[in-house]
Ligand binder design. Structure first.
Ligand code: ADP
Ligand code: MG
Length: 238
């Protein structure tokens, strides 16, 4: 299961409120995309869900349990960042299996899981290479592999493709869509790319200045943008 609920979530840094009264329900298996201009609070909201920041108000529930006091590693979520943060001195196999090794999983079981993840991501031929011997797209796939092997309740993606060139971005977008079809794991995906949002999302959340402007399917937002802001971001002209 991977159901995530935000109930009146707030975040302030000092007296600067960056997230205000956010209510949102993410269903198990749903692919939800956060869009909005730079600085509107997308990453902060994701980090609150991950537990990398503490809320200053409201509640976050994962499968019905309030996780306010649950540390990030115990929330059962896997985060994928735009910077790959791979260990340069380790093989692809060790990079993907790192979290499992830290969790004390025996080598044989770990290898089985790493190889299954590599298969899903077409990384099997590269398991013994180091990150420096891979292309940008392959490195991003390793980062995703590291998230997959942990079999999380949900993936949290923060602009995972923004460092890639345009052609690779299209490839990786298709790959993420295929992965979603294969695994069906809940995902929250932050992007400022309208095409990524429209093609990947079951549900799009449009944010502006720390608040939700509108939530809906790509088609709903396109056909019925709630206001000019949403229309300007993804809708047809209103
Ligand atoms: P986005 O990901 O949508 O570009 P962020 O969530 O990174 O936006 O940032 C939202 C706002 O919160 C910005 O104004 C940013 O400067 C501020 N902010 C983010 N993290 C911190 C922090 N640790 N301390 C103070 N302000 C922060
Ligand atoms: Mg951000």
């Amino acid at each position: 299961m991977g159901k995530i609920e935000l109930v009146g979530v707030e975040k302030a840094f000092g007296n600067v409120h960056v997230i205000r009264n956010v209510h949102l329900q993410v269903e198990d298996g749903e692919f939800v995309v956060f869009v909005g201009p730079s600085g509107c609070g997308k990453s902060t909201l994701l980090r609150l869900i991950a537990g990398l920041e503490d809320t200053t108000g409201g509640k976050i529930l994962i499968d019905g349990t309030d996780v306010s006091d649950t540390p990030p590693a115990k929330r059962g979520l896997s985060m994928v960042f735009q910077s790959y943060a791979l260990y340069p001195h380790m093989s692809v196999r060790s990079n993907i299996g790192f979290g499992l090794r830290m969790a004390g999983m025996p080598k044989e079981e770990r290898n089985r899981k790493v190889e299954a993840a590599a298969q899903v991501l077409n990384l099997t031929p590269y398991l013994d290479r180091r990150p420096g011997q891979l292309s940008g797209g392959q490195r991003q796939r390793v980062a995703i592999g590291r998230a997959i092997v942990r079999e999380p309740k949900a993936f949290l993606f923060d602009e995972p493709l923004s460092n890639l060139d345009a052609a690779l971005r299209v490839n990786m977008r298709l790959e993420i869509a295929r992965l979603q079809d294969t695994l069906g794991t809940t995902a929250i995906y932050v992007t400022h790319d309208q095409i990524e949002a429209m093609t990947l999302a079951d549900k799009i959340v449009v944010l502006s200045a720390g608040q939700i402007e509108q939530v809906g399917s790509p088609l709903e937002l396109y056909d019925h943008p709630a206001n000019l802001f949403v229309a300007g971001f993804i809708g047809s002209p209103k």
